[in-house]
Design a protein around this ligand. Structure first.
Ligand SMILES: NC(=O)c1ccc[n+]([C@@H]2O[C@H](COP(=O)([O-])OP(=O)(O)OC[C@H]3O[C@@H](n4cnc5c(N)ncnc54)[C@H](O)[C@@H]3O)[C@@H](O)[C@H]2O)c1
Length: 255
């Protein structure tokens, strides 16, 4: 298959591209230069026509380009172009050029509001007393309200909603992936207790997104992406089954 990865020179795009290149023809777009072949250097927010040119002939788009910062002080000034305009352009270009499969790189932050409710709040804060990890009601994708905790999270809901629209009215196959937490550089859980839930290793991320591209019979779905961590509040097992994906890592191995 011919796969386009936006944000190919980012932390996740890079590892996905390395793995996907073994079985597929991988193309990419980024603003950061590298010597990766088949890569176009444009700002996705500049022109939908330029994005469309790069998308000609692609079977699938994996949209990872964004400003991934979710700190409270990051607002629309920083996010409007990379997370909103670029995302709108990427969906429009995919539609215009007849791309069949669209994978959207979203975030668990779109439902972060649940992390203030029990038992999720205790788990996220690392207080496990009296909680049976096998009896937690996991937070779902479709059917569960979004509860964004900042502008970054709402920008990811925008991407999910565009996916729903292009699926329901334009017949695109769309998977919105609510990604947990990947540590740039260290590839291990962070020092915060939330990482025991949200950690995803780079190799798990690479094979997870490969499964999203290769899965047969996709309509529209929302999937959670993290390694097979003992402590779960998000319904990653649904995604593992749906994608027939076997995670290799577990945050507990680093505790
Ligand atoms: N890393 C995480 O823990 C995490 C968690 C949840 C969601 N995500 C999402 O996953 C995606 C990838 O994250 P990452 O950690 O690899 O981020 P990253 O910053 O390492 O990579 C993003 C890449 O996109 C490129 N890019 C940004 N805006 C662009 C534009 N307008 N035009 C062209 N290229 C552009 C950047 O140059 C960069 O190479 C993002 O959408 C992020 O929001 C990441």
């Amino acid at each position: 298959m011919k796969i386009m990865i936006t944000g190919i020179n980012g932390a996740i795009g890079n590892v996905v591209a390395n793995l996907m290149s073994k079985d597929h023809e991988v193309h990419g777009i980024d603003v950061i230069k590298s010597d990766r072949p088949n890569t176009t250097y444009i700002d996705l927010a500049d022109s939908v026509d330029d994005v469309s040119k790069a998308f000609e002939g692609m079977d699938a788009v994996l949209h990872l380009a964004a400003d991934p910062r979710h700190d409270p002080w990051i607002g629309w000034k920083e996010l409007m172009r990379p997370n909103m305009i670029a995302t709108a352009n990427v969906y429009s270009a995919a539609h215009k050029t007849g791309v069949r499969r669209f994978i959207f790189g979203g975030s668990m932050r779109v439902v972060a509001g649940y992390e203030s409710d029990e038992p999720y709040a205790s788990i996220i804060n690392g207080n496990y007393d009296g909680i049976d990890k096998n009896k937690i009601e996991l937070i779902k994708g479709i059917g569960q309200d979004t509860r964004p905790n900042n502008e970054y999270a709402t920008s990811k809901i925008f991407g999910e909603n565009l996916g729903r629209y292009f699926h329901e009215f334009e017949d695109m196959e769309v998977l919105c992936v609510r990604i947990g937490s990947l540590k740039h550089g260290s590839d291990r859980p962070g020092h915060d207790s939330r990482s025991w839930v949200a950690f995803m290793s780079l190799r798990d991320a690479a094979s997870y997104f490969k499964s999203c591209i290769e899965k047969k019979d996709v309509g529209y779905d929302i999937l959670y992406a993290a390694s097979d961590n003992d402590w779960k509040i998000y319904d990653t097992p649904y995604a593992y089954k749906y994608l027939n994906f076997q995670p290799a890592d577990n945050a507990e191995n680093y505790r």
